[in-house]
Design a protein around this ligand. Structure first.
Ligand code: MG
Length: 295
């Protein structure tokens, strides 16, 4: 059966089969799950609108540190999906909150995009590019990353009683709208770790506990009543599994049927499908007037 992923004789996941129940909380990844580039993915809009209409809590969680919460609110609004800031958790917001809670007096050196620097400024976090003053180096996606920044981080981390290294997220790649990829925060983290000979201590993105805690606060329901939905096994699905949630993998971004098959069974999602609207039980589709063609 073509729609079933199997390994040997063991059938693992029926790719056409979605949940037969509704959940109280839905946690959606954004890039590759709800949209790619500026294009909503098939079925995304009606899924989000219908779940909300049914009184379900919908939260968006993204590792992408090149935008802040308000930029995601604006982006989704521009695509016809109205959300509020309290519905969105980003690795910029989790990194900023971690600093406020754990290292409020620290002087930080952010290697990142404007959204990260702006969030630090807005929250009164001091920054410096003088290695002797830096308490924390933040590694993130930075399209202006260069040898100068690498050297500042290197010197801050290697000095006596050196700085701590944290990161917004550890994604290795970013997928662009045309399907090509760019190196992401994980590549910057690896460069700094390799040079300075230190390990990043704190990861503020999926699948880590800091992001998970922020997401659970935002969603406000027990993990057993929630489902975590995304296009990556090692971030979205892992976070959901680690939290004890049901999970759904969509094949509209990074993960493929092949990568799912190649992954260990204990990292498999509860569901895997090609369209996000399969999250809504198929028994309800007729009532809503949904077909695969009109999403
Ligand atoms: Mg994604």
């Amino acid at each position: 059966m073509a729609s079933v992923v199997s390994r040997g004789s063991a059938t693992l996941i029926d790719l056409k089969k979605g949940p037969e129940r509704l959940y109280s909380g839905y946690i959606f990844d954004l890039d590759g799950t709800v949209y790619i580039g500026d294009r909503l993915l098939p079925g995304a809009s009606r899924t989000i609108l219908k779940l909300r209409e049914l009184g379900k809590r919908v939260v968006f969680a993204t590792n992408n540190p090149s935008r802040d919460v308000q930029m995601y609110v604006d982006k989704l609004a521009g695509m016809g999906v109205s959300v509020s800031a309290s519905d969105v958790v980003t690795s910029v917001s989790t990194t900023t909150e971690w600093l406020i809670e754990n290292e409020p007096q620290a002087v930080v050196f952010p290697i990142g995009e404007e959204a990260l620097r702006e969030s630090l400024r807005e929250n009164g976090i001091r920054t410096s590019d003088e290695p002797a003053e830096i308490d924390i180096v933040i590694a993130s996606t930075d399209r202006q990353f260069d040898y100068r920044k690498l050297t500042i981080a290197f010197r801050a981390l290697r000095r006596r009683n050196g700085a701590r290294l944290i990161c917004t997220n550890t994604d290795r790649v970013t997928i662009l709208a045309d399907g090509t990829c760019l190196p992401a925060a994980g590549a910057i983290v690896a460069a700094i770790e390799a040079g300075a000979g230190v390990k990043c201590e704190v990861d503020c993105g999926k699948p880590g506990l800091i992001m998970l805690a922020a997401v659970m606060r935002a969603v406000g329901h027990e993990p057993k009543d929630c489902i975590c939905v995304g296009d990556r096994l090692y971030t979205d699905i892992k976070m959901g599994i680690d939290a004890g949630m049901h999970t759904a993998l969509v094949f509209t971004g990074e993960a493929t049927r092949e990568s799912l098959l190649a992954s260990p069974p204990d990292q498999h999602p509860t569901y895997a499908f090609d369209r996000i609207d399969r999250l809504v039980p198929v028994a309800l589709w007729e009532e809503f007037g949904w077909t695969e063609l009109n999403g």
